[in-house]
Design a protein around this ligand. Structure first.
Ligand SMILES: *[C@@H]1O[C@H](CO)[C@@H](O)[C@H](O)[C@H]1NC(C)=O
Ligand SMILES: *[C@@H]1O[C@H](CO)[C@@H](O)[C@H](O)[C@H]1NC(C)=O
Length: 425
């Protein structure tokens, strides 16, 4: 036992590097493991997790929503390019008194390496998914292509390289419209409130600046926004961008970028249960030093996340980190760019073209390594002509990237002002 302790301590002190290695190895193996097999009787390595009260493999409704006494519906939506996405709906709060009233729909969009669990990591009075349901909203939670519950496709399997042939441009062009239209149609054509965290904010900004989806949106909340990325401080994110890691994977034929395979995640989750081990460190090297996470939400996080994405998506983000631009994916040669875009350089997303009267709530943190203060200021500069009454900005000096969805007091500091903003629109 003592040995395990020492090993674990050493491991955790160099955790960013261990993590880096683990995902190099996982990616290099390029093996997509069927996650459900890990709960099978043969999985001796899953001993401890088998005792966990909830299974992660029955879907998000079962594992994170119904256990707290909420109704929850699993929906599926097909994108124009064939992906089949899962969406969870929490139609009512726990006290069903507000049932049947005509509720305003809210769509929650997670960021990269995450899925819809993002909004359900803490207890019902701490996490946004439940809080919105209890406040009388009709809550819809999306899951981007390539994440655990959105792996299906009309003709492709995740084993096929073509399955992973996308970046966030396709999330903007296909996933977001399919999801918006689905929710809009199923709620009697009501305009929806949108909440994005991390890459979920860029997806919305990119779409709105091209004047898409606007007839379906009531207001948008941008939590820990990602737009300009050249000041990103995360050593892992910078390392991957500057070493051209994703570009190298792509050349090697590794099209799925899996930051942490199932086995590694289980190992980490075990290590993190050992007293004395500070699992803040793992998350810190990616997100910045979060002020206010509690260990139980980290455990839930590690049981469900991080999720894979396309290597091409990471290439696209790496281009943004290196260049500080916001353009479509750069194929890296004028022939390919010309073929896809009709011009030799990829077209820019002009964020100043987000309509000035679109209600926007934006909140960012002083310790965030991904949504860095300087980059957010740059974004706000592009929105400087926005109607003052339609743009509300909150700054939380102690918050880092994960605090916005996991902090014990995100409810007071982030969600209360966000819901107050929604009420005005
Ligand atoms: C948020 O919670 C943390 C941890 O409990 C605490 O240290 C911090 O002061 C709280 N922040 C605010 C502004 O209340
Ligand atoms: C971006 O959009 C704004 C507002 O529509 C416009 O004034 C500006 O010229 C555009 N910038 C570029 C580079 O096209």
């Amino acid at each position: 036992m003592a040995e395990i302790h020492i090993m674990a301590n050493n491991l955790c002190s160099s955790l960013p590097w261990v993590l880096f290695f683990v995902f190099m190895i996982d990616a290099a193996l390029g093996v997509r493991k069927d996650s459900s097999s890990c709960d099978g009787p043969s999985g001796s390595g899953s001993l401890a997790l088998a005792q966990a009260p909830t299974s992660t493999d029955k879907g998000t409704c079962k594992s994170r929503v119904e256990i707290y006494g909420y109704e929850c519906e699993e929906h599926h939506v097909a994108t124009k390019d064939g992906y089949i996405l899962s969406i969870q709906r929490i139609p009512n709060g726990r006290s069903a008194t507000t049932q049947r009233a005509r509720k305003k729909p809210v769509l929650l969009q997670h960021g990269v390496f995450m899925d819809g669990i993002t909004w359900l990591l803490n207890s019902p009075h701490e996490s946004l998914g439940y809080i919105l349901a209890d406040k009388g909203y009709d809550v819809w939670i999306s899951n981007s292509r390539g994440t655990k519950y959105s792996l299906q496709h009309a003709t492709l399997s995740p084993e096929d390289p073509a399955y992973w042939e996308w970046s966030w441009d396709e999330l903007v062009a296909f996933d977001l419209p399919a999801t918006f239209e689905y929710v809009y149609r199923h709620t009697g054509h009501q305009k929806l409130h949108y909440v994005g965290h991390s890459l979920g904010t860029l997806m919305a900004l990119a779409s709105f600046c091209e004047h898409h989806l606007l007839h379906m949106v009531r207001s948008a909340a941008l939590i820990s926004p990602i737009a300009y990325m050249n000041q990103v401080r995360s050593p892992i994110a910078r390392g991957v961008a500057e070493a051209f890691t994703a570009e190298i994977y792509y050349r090697l034929g590794i099209y799925e970028f899996n930051p942490l395979g199932e086995a590694a995640r289980k190992l980490l989750s075990e290590i993190c249960r050992i007293p004395d081990v500070n699992c803040y460190d793992i998350i810190t090297s990616f997100t910045g030093e979060n002020c206010c996470l509690d260990t139980s939400s980290i455990e839930i996080f590690l049981r469900h996340e991080p999720q894979p994405t396309a290597t091409k998506n990471i290439i696209h983000l790496s281009q943004m980190i290196r260049r500080g631009t916001i353009t479509k994916y750069d194929y890296g040669n004028s022939y390919e760019n010309k073929k896809h875009y009709g011009q030799v350089v990829p077209p820019a997303y002009n964020l100043s073209s987000v309509p000035n009267d679109l209600p926007l709530f934006l909140t960012y943190g002083g310790r965030d390594y991904l949504s860095v203060v300087g980059d957010v200021k740059h974004l706000l500069q592009r929105l400087k002509l926005h109607d003052k009454t339609k743009l509300k900005v909150e700054y939380l000096p102690n918050y880092a990237h994960a605090d916005f969805v996991m902090a014990v007091n995100a409810s007071q500091l982030v969600y209360d002002p966000l819901i107050a903003f929604f009420k005005l629109h």
